[in-house]
Write a protein that binds this ligand. Structure first.
Ligand SMILES: [Zn+2]
Length: 283
């Protein structure tokens, strides 16, 4: 993606230095203390403790090189967010509506959202209750190394997917899902969750279509990077890693095949009206 030199979004809330460890704190110790205090004050959850001790405590301070790479990723994420604002702003305006831009919170190790606490292990997520996207930039490395989904556009797809959940919140789909949760069995609800996730993939594809049409910033191989990422995170990998956490995105996401199909459909059509995964019989 041709992103360098492009302007970023003004809706980034950078909490990397204050989210428990890493750069400013010089390790995970502060994170653990904050969490323990939080826990004894009744704000925590027993299941979070072993994870922090095992997962976040050995966190090393970043070298200058790592910090520079991290800052570059932060800039990239900001530019992608801006591109989503431009596309969704236009698509909403075309329908006579105003797009309410979401905030993107950059964090390191742990973060608190209106949907509960989360750690980096949960992967990026969107919280419908506060209209914010939460991303730990280490996920970029995880995509590349653990999921074998390298490339800047793989990460752009992930961001666009989370923005897709924001669109679903603005158009009332998230609220409907909340109501369904009270009404249907867990099994049934998981089925709806998959439809919801696949629609977010579709909306990511719609964004890719229009960002290319409006800005011409895709490079050869970008769509393949996104499809490869959709393929790599097609099962419940993220969910498995986020057990014990309250993360709205920690549902089943559909198979690799389904995720690629819907992203591609969004990208090829660019037509929001074709993204009704809820009525599609052939998901
Ligand atoms: Zn999702």
């Amino acid at each position: 993606m041709l992103w360098k030199g492009r302007s970023g979004s003004s809706n980034v809330d950078d909490r990397r230095g204050i989210s428990g460890g890493g750069l400013a704190a010089g390790g995970g110790i502060i994170g653990v203390i904050v969490l323990l205090v939080n826990f004894f004050m009744g704000g925590g959850d027993v299941s979070q403790l072993p994870e922090v001790i095992q997962g976040n405590a050995p966190q090393q301070e970043m070298s200058a090189g790592e910090k520079a790479a991290d800052d570059e990723r932060a800039q990239f994420v900001s530019v992608v967010l801006k591109e989503t604002e431009d596309v969704w702003g236009k698509l909403f305006a075309d329908k006579g509506q105003t797009y309410e831009q979401p905030t993107l919170v950059l964090f390191r190790n742990r973060v608190q959202s209106a949907c509960g606490g989360a750690s980096s292990a949960s992967g990026p997520f969107y919280c419908p209750a506060d209209h914010k996207l939460y991303i730990d930039l280490s996920f970029y490395e995880e995509l590349k190394n653990k999921f074998q989904a390298p490339g800047d556009f793989a990460m752009a797809y992930v961001i666009a997917h989370e923005v897709g959940h924001h669109i679903q919140t603005l158009n009332g789909t998230s609220e409907k899902m909340g109501r369904l949760r009270q009404q249907v069995s867990e099994k049934e609800y998981n089925r709806y969750s998959v439809m919801m996730e696949l629609q977010a993939d579709f909306l990511a594809g719609v964004w890719a279509h229009h960002t290319q049409k409006m800005k011409n910033i895709l490079e050869p191989g970008d769509i393949e990077e996104a499809l490869n990422a959709a393929n790599a995170i097609g099962d419940d990998r993220l969910q498995k890693q986020s057990q014990g956490e309250i993360v709205p995105d920690a549902f089943t996401h559909g198979t690799s095949q389904q995720r690629m199909y819907w992203f591609k459909k969004g990208y090829e059509t660019g037509d929001i009206s074709q993204g009704d995964t809820f009525s599609a019989s052939d998901l």
